[in-house]
Design a protein around this ligand. Structure first.
Ligand SMILES: Cc1ncc(COP(=O)(O)O)c(C=O)c1O
Length: 367
């Protein structure tokens, strides 16, 4: 007799991003939207200071980390819950709020962890179609049903890099029943300048509505992907539910200590943003000039559109041979695209040159 897991898990398409290093040689990893400048020097100092206390369990919720986040982003510390990456919070929200057969709305080109967590919880993902690679608030509103319990919107969205304006987020909040939780996943919000008044990370709505939550991560701008650290901002009852079902020690001591140091390092933050603002238009221009289409973005990554899926596949292999890892978009339903994140200056120069060579190699083959 075969022992089978529950039926919602049997139909799961498991999301497992490939983070295997290339077999040998140069490694320019632009495939997982990591911070371009690595970790902040303050984060490196903080991790080196750890050691003698390795045998101690960490604080369940690090007060210093929560205080550092609250201070940096002017938030209420009581509403903050750190997590083992924001992936953990996506899973916990689904586990806590979806009964078997309940619906959760996701967007057409949304982050693949959303449908995975919904299915694991026994829920049903309902897809709201995008409007030209941008989340459509109308489509989300039209997808609402009496069974809807959760709505997941990443803003800016991964993998498209597009943003939904604040006025649209307000329209969504106004249209959604108060017992449906709206999850605003703002993993890339740090890349949008604070003075851009058309954007909201959602924190202000968390404070005003009982059904809006915001998720953030240390894996992108803060460059701490290896430590697995995220956090959420919640209405108090939701925060308490998630805190009660979270693994008691899900955030390890290194993540908490280094995260607090990283979020306090304003200089590194400003340098990272300046780097993104400088190199995004430069690398996109180089790619466009080489004859490919770099799509507009508000994050630290963007889609590159090729003539067809075959050309995208060829480009992926061509870059990998030069040690440059880009992300295939077949699992996201965009087979003619690759996704690329920004790296450091040297990596961007090598990549720009490689796109030129790719163009030459493709035209040689087609002529
Ligand atoms: C939209 C979005 N949300 C969440 C995450 C996960 O972040 P973490 O590393 O904190 O789990 C990612 C990472 O790629 C992402 O793109």
């Amino acid at each position: 007799m075969t022992i089978t897991p529950k039926s919602s898990i049997q139909s799961l398409v498991s999301y497992r991003p490939d983070v295997t290093p290339l077999p040998e040689g140069r490694q320019i990893r632009l495939s997982v939207n990591e911070g371009a400048l690595g970790p902040s020097p303050k984060a490196l100092e903080a991790i080196q200071s750890m050691g003698a206390e390795l045998h101690r369990y960490p604080e369940q919720i690090s007060r210093d980390l929560v205080a550092a986040i609250a201070e940096r982003f002017s938030l209420d510390p009581n509403r903050i819950l750190p997590s083992n990456g924001s992936d953990e919070l996506i899973g916990l929200l689904s586990t806590a709020y979806l009964e078997d057969g309940d619906e959760a709305i996701i967007t057409q080109y949304g982050f693949l962890v959303f449908p995975q967590s919904i299915r694991i919880a026994g829920g049903v993902p309902v897809v709201a179609m995008d409007d030209d690679l941008t989340v459509s608030i109308d489509a989300i509103i039209n997808a609402l049903s009496p069974k809807t319990k959760l709505i997941f919107v990443a803003n800016p969205n991964n993998p498209t890099g597009t943003m939904v304006e604040k006025s649209e987020i307000e329209r969504l909040i106004a249209a959604v029943p108060k017992d449906v939780i709206i999850v605003l996943d703002s993993a890339y919000s740090e890349y949008i300048p604070t003075e851009d008044s058309a954007y909201t990370d959602g924190a202000e709505y968390v404070e005003r509505h009982d059904n809006v939550v915001m998720l953030r991560t240390f894996s992108k701008m803060f460059g701490l992907g290896s430590l697995r650290l995220g956090w959420g901002y919640f209405p108090l009852p939701i925060r308490d539910v998630l805190a009660s079902i979270r693994g008691p020690f899900s955030v390890n001591a290194a993540a908490a200590t280094v995260g607090a140091a990283a979020v306090r390092d304003r200089d590194f933050f400003d340098r990272s943003l300046a780097h993104n603002n400088l190199w995004l238009p430069r690398i996109q221009d180089s790619i466009n000039q080489a004859g490919f289409q770099a799509l507009p973005t508000r994050a630290n990554f963007f889609l590159i559109r090729f003539a067809d899926p075959e050309e995208a596949q060829t480009a992926h292999g061509f870059m990998a041979e030069r040690g440059i890892q880009l992300r295939k978009m077949v699992p996201y339903g965009l087979p003619d695209c690759l996704r690329m994140s920004l790296g450091n200056e040297e990596e961007m120069e090598i990549t720009a040159a490689a796109f030129k060579d790719l163009a030459t190699s493709l035209s040689r083959k087609s002529s």
